[in-house]
Design a protein around this ligand. Structure first.
Ligand code: ARG
Length: 253
């Protein structure tokens, strides 16, 4: 089942490899240079599919920045562990995918200024005996994560080998099917998953505190400067907060 779900999700991701954004200020390409944004769009509210388009906080912020820098934007959906690699190998210009700033990643790419804080949290069934992070140390507790994320590396380094899935939704599906006892994933997507599945809950104590930033190829220092200046502007003129408020204050359906 896990395997067929994983295969299905891979197939969907492959079929949907290329998308123009259509959720914000989509504009026709009047000969302007196109900037390619790498993402993994199963990460609400930062990036997710709605009516066949990738929407979310990252898309809105990058759309605003690229518009101001005079580019059109193309969003390229891929597996999360390819997102950073795609800018490193210049297949894409920017990675915007709820990416946590880490020292290891800084060796591979440049990060912009951070734009939001986040955390790794623990999701368990409502009736679970797991109540705090230390309870995950027991080797018998199977922990599911999204492959290649900071949740994956936190669990592998500080606890034990996790069960790795292509996205956090599949990890939560494994939890609902009792194929694991806990999921570790980012806080805001966790809230979205829990709002859809009343039989699971988020534990009150987080495992980490993190910052998200956009990633660029080390060679693209001019574009990095442009992004950083625009991010500062968006912080000062309230546009960044307005985008965060639009998604993060939204009440779950
Ligand atoms: N913040 C975590 C990380 O950087 C997870 C990001 C996952 N993003 C996604 N779009 N699936 O590793």
């Amino acid at each position: 089942m896990k395997r067929s779900l994983a295969l299905l999700s891979t197939a969907i991701l492959c079929c949907s490899a290329l998308f123009l954004t259509g959720c914000g200020d989509n504009q026709a390409n009047g000969g302007k240079k196109v900037l390619k944004m790498a993402t993994e769009a199963t990460f609400p509210p930062y990036e997710y599919f709605e009516n066949g388009k990738v929407c979310g906080i990252d898309v809105d912020i990058v759309t605003e920045i690229t518009k101001n820098l005079g580019y059109d934007l193309e969003v390229v959906d891929m597996k999360f562990d390819s997102v950073i690699l795609s800018v490193q190998t210049s297949k894409c210009d920017i990675a915007a995918s709820g990416i946590t700033v880490t020292e290891d990643r800084k060796k591979q790419i440049n990060f912009t200024h951070p734009y939001v804080t986040a955390a790794q949290v623990i999701i368990v069934p409502k009736e679970s005996k797991i109540a705090k992070p230390e309870d995950l140390k027991d080797e018998k507790i199977r922990i599911a994560v999204q492959q290649g994320t900071t949740g994956d590396s936190y669990v592998a380094t500080n606890l034990h080998e996790p069960l790795r899935y292509d996205n956090a939704g599949l990890a939560v599906a494994a939890l609902l099917a009792a194929k694991c006892e806990a999921v570790v994933c980012d806080s805001e997507p966790a809230k979205v998953h829990v709002s859809k599945h009343p039989e699971v809950k988020i534990l009150p104590i987080a495992l980490t505190s993190e910052e998200y930033a956009f990633a660029l190829n080390k060679k693209d220092t001019e574009l990095l400067d442009g992004f950083n200046k625009e991010l500062i502007k968006m912080r000062e003129n309230g546009k960044l907060q307005a985008i965060l408020d639009k998604y993060l204050n939204a009440k779950p359906e």
